[in-house]
Design a protein around this ligand. Sequence first.
Ligand SMILES: Cc1cc2nc3c(=O)[nH]c(=O)nc-3n(C[C@H](O)[C@H](O)[C@H](O)COP(=O)(O)OP(=O)(O)OC[C@H]3O[C@@H](n4cnc5c(N)ncnc54)[C@H](O)[C@@H]3O)c2cc1C
Length: 459
Amino acid sequence: MSSAEVVICGAGIAGVSAAYHLTVRHGVRSVVLVDDQPPLSVTSDKSTECYRNWWPGPGDTMVRFMSRSIDLLEEMAEESGNRFTMNRNGYAYLTADPARAAELERGAREVSALGAGPLRIHRGLPDDPPYPEERFDSLDLPVTGADLVLDRERILRRFPFLPPDVTALLHLRRCGWLSAQQLGMYMLERAREHGLRQVHGRIEEVIVSDGRVEGVRLEPGGGEGTIATRCFVNAAGPLSAEVGRRSGVELPLHNELHGKVMFEDYLGILPRELPLMLWCDPVSLSWSDEEREELAQDPELRWLTEQMPAGVHFRPEGGRDSRWHLLLWTYHLEAREPVFPPAIDPYYPEVVMRGLARMVPALAEYLRPGIMRRPYVDGGYYCKTRENRPLIGPTPVAGNHLLCGMSGFGIMASQAAAELLAAHIVGQQLPDYAGEFLLSRYEDPAYLQKMKAMASGQL
Ligand SMILES: Cc1cc2nc3c(=O)[nH]c(=O)nc-3n(C[C@H](O)[C@H](O)[C@H](O)COP(=O)(O)OP(=O)(O)OC[C@H]3O[C@@H](n4cnc5c(N)ncnc54)[C@H](O)[C@@H]3O)c2cc1C
């Protein structure tokens, strides 16, 4: 039987980041990372790979946590020669509804006041503040905060492909995307240099005796059998609740399926130099009268004729010469048991394209028969707590730690989350937001009260 100081279950971005922080940043010598799947291949390579420092309250916990994570990502980008191509291309939230524009302004004032950076408002008046420069596929632009543009002409000058009724743009600046796969590989290489051992296998049971972790048992056939350890980390992504049950802890987690379309804009409708573009209004898909009537008569498809939720979004993927874009829209939000590979609605690419045509009317060209080339579709699960904050730190079972519930922000949060987990494990001083990520927060009446007012911040 082998042994380890720490055994991490799951080589997704959470587990790999934990391995990196423990070995490289804290010098923990004997860390074992267990997974029966290749690193980052379950959820962490299905992501849109975006990040933002812009998070709602109440309280500044999420803003500070994500800002810390982005600080660490930037540090690693610097030290690695930006191996994971992190950029600061921004996020653009758009609406054609004046009431929602007012909501965007109210929300932006709130998040700015929580520490996410200054809010500059552009109304098309002579005393408007200057509009900070955009610089694409670069990190070399220290602009933060957000620009709220209430001047339609300016919005359409910058994004001429938007519909003429667009009313407001909220342009978030300390945001962008990166390659999660490259980030993961960089951390794995560094962690291996510092002694990380990877074990191929599935953890069947966490052995708990007298309320404390004693080891893990792997499924038979993996060659490793049992690994003795007094410190276990549950970073099992969408299977964290199941792994929790096998380690003596019930976890308040559920899974939501989110799909993603990789689409080739071979007609060249969309420019390349864009932020992530998100439409904040609910959308009614456009159909011919005939199609609408046919769909309305089919109980399984009637929903396609009804109002669909807000949030359809896209971003360019690849460099300036690429024509690919990632398109996303989660129009069915429901908790479900994870299955692999996830079953994605066969209509998904067409529905997303129809939704996007509200934001970019010229994309309707692809809805003509035979025009859209077959897109590539994948997706994965957001593993979430009720209030959409992760679970990081110890549990009532001594030595049993959590690094899960990473929802739709696991790539961007990976560094602050793993840093926090490592601080718990090595007994380092904790940041003052640590308590809001513990499992025990649900026993704190003040937290439960605060939770009632929390917005999920989910895209
Ligand atoms: C469509 C989509 C878009 C997204 N967009 C973004 C985004 O723009 N920005 C962002 O930050 N995040 C985004 N996310 C979220 C992000 O991808 C996840 O939060 C993150 O990948 C979760 O990482 P993880 O390590 O927790 O889980 P995973 O990557 O799923 O890794 C968990 C690992 O645990 C292993 N495992 C499970 N059980 C066991 C066991 N018993 N024994 C051994 N190993 C086990 C699994 O095999 C797996 O490899 C998106 C997600 C989706 C689905």
